[in-house]
Design a protein around this ligand. Structure first.
Ligand SMILES: Cc1cc2nc3c(=O)[nH]c(=O)nc-3n(C[C@H](O)[C@H](O)[C@H](O)COP(=O)(O)O)c2cc1C
Length: 191
């Protein structure tokens, strides 16, 4: 029996009907055996301020860093705003990146996203760059870039399309393999 894998899902959207949060929920419904997934909503993370940090991290930031530290892998659902990731997600990254080493250091990650006409390609490229800068091990393949569609997701963001569920199943199986691959030599900074 393979070791259990614990994935933390983070959506870059705060919207109740977010397509990206819906994608995370769907991913959690098609996990491979031995993988578990929880999500961390970013609603309570304050704007990064080094003066606040100097007085001690706010409780939601400590909770975020702890959840990241305990996870075997991070799954990001990345909306695209103005050709990049959302401010909400970048802000969370700015907090999480603090500390030497930070809790992000060496952490396996996977990126997916639903957005406008280009299917979050620019946001995902930026996200990958930010993650690599933080010494994370970002899954290379498969990619999951989706143009938002009422055919695949209902107005609450719930995935209603069997083909997309199947793609998510394959994506999560690949992420499971990627996390196990990264575990082979935990001293490697880049897999
Ligand atoms: C401020 C803002 C900027 C946006 N910029 C882009 C963009 O540059 N490229 C794109 O494909 N979609 C863009 N969109 C559309 C969002 O990606 C789309 O609404 C997506 O569904 C948002 O994610 P969510 O459903 O998870 O909230 C933008 C939306 C907003 C609100």
């Amino acid at each position: 029996m393979a070791d259990p894998i614990n994935v933390l899902g983070i959506s870059g959207s705060l919207r109740a009907g977010s397509f990206n949060s819906g994608l995370l929920r769907a991913a959690a419904s098609v996990l491979p055996p031995n993988m578990e997934m929880t999500t961390f909503p970013l609603h309570d993370i304050p704007l990064f301020n080094a003066d606040v940090e100097a007085q001690g991290n706010p409780a939601p930031v400590t909770a975020l860093q702890q959840a990241i530290g305990e996870a075997d892998g991070l799954l990001f659902a990345v909306p695209e705003y103005n050709y990049s990731i959302t401010g909400v997600l970048k802000n969370a990254f700015d907090w999480a990146s603090r500390g030497r080493p930070s809790t992000l250091d060496g952490k396996p990650a996977a990126i997916m996203g639903v957005g406008g006409r280009s299917g979050t390609v620019r946001a995902q490229m930026h996200m990958r760059q930010i993650a690599l800068h933080n010494s994370m091990r970002v899954m290379i393949d498969p990619e999951l870039l989706l143009v938002r569609s009422r055919r695949r997701q209902d107005p609450d963001g719930n995935v209603t399309d069997d083909d997309l569920l199947e793609r998510l199943r394959e994506f999560m199986a690949a992420f499971d393999e990627w996390i196990r691959h990264c575990r082979v030599d935990p001293t490697l900074r880049f897999a």
